[in-house]
Design a protein. Structure first.
Length: 385
């Protein structure tokens, strides 16, 4: 029996224990890792992003009333709310992601059906792999199927982003939800956050993507994420642009003295990072290892020195990754401040790389990390039964 069938059987058993019957459908949505493009999404720039096989499933069955009853297998916790009165619950933050999606969908005029649901995710929480977006997009997919209507994938991503911005209170960009909704199996996406278009990028044969989790937990809502975004927006405004995406490297270098020192640092990182995204996409397609190493190293250095989103655990993980056999290049992933990092590794040396990273990082920090290779997965949808 394959892993999907085992997982479905497990969720069915848990569903029957909690709700006395079997689920009628399973919605799923993947997490993601950004291969290049830290914080460029809310600056309307480019991101090279990879939807991953780590995903969130919701086993569901419609109810006759307008109640949503939920059980999280990961948290071993319950939540419930009425579709007729959706209010935030500060004591049950994980349930707010589902409440937010329901509120936004109803505000857009979609007919929602109450349901019983069991949630299970293989996306690590608070790690930078978009566990919240995966939950939001899986929720929208379940409401979609139960209500017998369908959303365009990009529109679904936008509505899930709105739920996180307005209901949960995290002022994130579109990257996470877009990747989860629009992802394609077998390739990364080069996303243009200004017009929400993307094109597939297939990595050269022999290059694997390995995620290295520092196990240093981070919280976007409680971090300096909002401050970084505000600084970028202020810098763009001072330079007479709607967003930093509209400023070329050459123009920025000639005008950065118009900004305060700290704002200039933040903006420099974004403008340079945006340029690196396009260059890395080209390098990965042709397998240009030297360019991959150069770009990822500059991205990590800029994230620490200019954007100041690093923590000591990330420095230790970077050192361990760059020493490991088979490494091509490595950098931060997600918003920074801990969580996961990402490495490009020679495919035949993935196991040796992972073993070396785990040993060296643990020796340096006393923390046992998690490492795993990931492949590009399809975007959100129903699990085939």
């Amino acid at each position: 029996m394959n892993s999907s069938n085992l997982r479905r059987n497990q969720l069915t058993e848990v569903f029957q224990q909690h709700f006395g019957t079997a689920p009628s459908l399973w919605g799923r949505a993947p997490g993601r890792v950004d291969l290049m493009g830290s914080h460029t999404d809310y600056n309307l720039g480019y991101v090279l992003t990879l939807p991953i096989g780590r995903d969130t499933w919701i086993a569901a069955r419609p109810r006759a009333d307008r109640t949503v009853q939920l059980y999280s297998l990961n948290l071993e916790a319950q939540a419930s709310f009425s579709l007729d009165r959706i209010v935030s619950d500060p004591q049950q933050r994980w349930g707010n992601y589902l409440r937010g999606v329901a509120q936004v969908l109803q505000a857009e005029g979609f007919n929602l059906v109450g349901f019983d649901g069991v949630i299970h995710s293989t996306v690590p929480m608070s790690s930078g792999l978009s566990s919240s977006a995966a939950l939001e997009c899986a929720t929208a997919t379940v409401f979609e199927a139960l209500g017998s209507w369908q959303l365009d994938p990009v529109r679904k991503a936008q509505l899930c982003q709105r739920a996180e911005n307005q209901f949960v209170g995290v002022n994130c960009g579109i990257l996470d939800q877009y990747t989860s909704c629009v992802g394609q199996a077998g390739c990364a996406l080069l996303l243009d956050c200004r017009d929400l278009s993307s094109r597939p990028v297939k990595l050269a044969e022999g290059i694997a993507v390995v995620i290295c989790d520092t196990k240093f937990k981070r919280e976007l809502a409680g971090s300096e994420y909002g401050q970084r975004r505000a600084q970028c927006e202020a810098g763009a405004q001072q330079l007479g642009r709607r967003a930093l995406r509209e400023i070329s490297l050459e123009e920025f270098y000639t005008r950065e003295q118009e900004l305060s020192a700290e704002v200039a640092q933040r903006c420099r990182f974004i403008v340079e990072e945006n340029d690196r995204v396009l260059k890395l996409a080209d390098a990965l397609i042709v397998g240009d290892r030297a360019t991959v190493l150069s770009l990822t190293t500059k991205s990590f250095r800029g994230a620490g020195e200019l954007y100041e989103i690093g923590v000591p655990a990330m420095q230790s993980m970077m050192a361990a990754m760059l020493k490991a056999p088979g490494v091509i290049g490595a950098r931060q992933a997600g918003a920074g401040f801990g969580g996961c990092m990402v490495a490009f590794v020679e495919r035949e040396q993935v196991e040796a790389f992972a073993e070396s990273v785990r040993r060296d990082y643990h020796n340096a920090t006393g923390i046992q990390p998690e490492t795993y290779a990931v492949e590009a997965a399809a975007g959100t949808g129903l699990v085939a039964v």
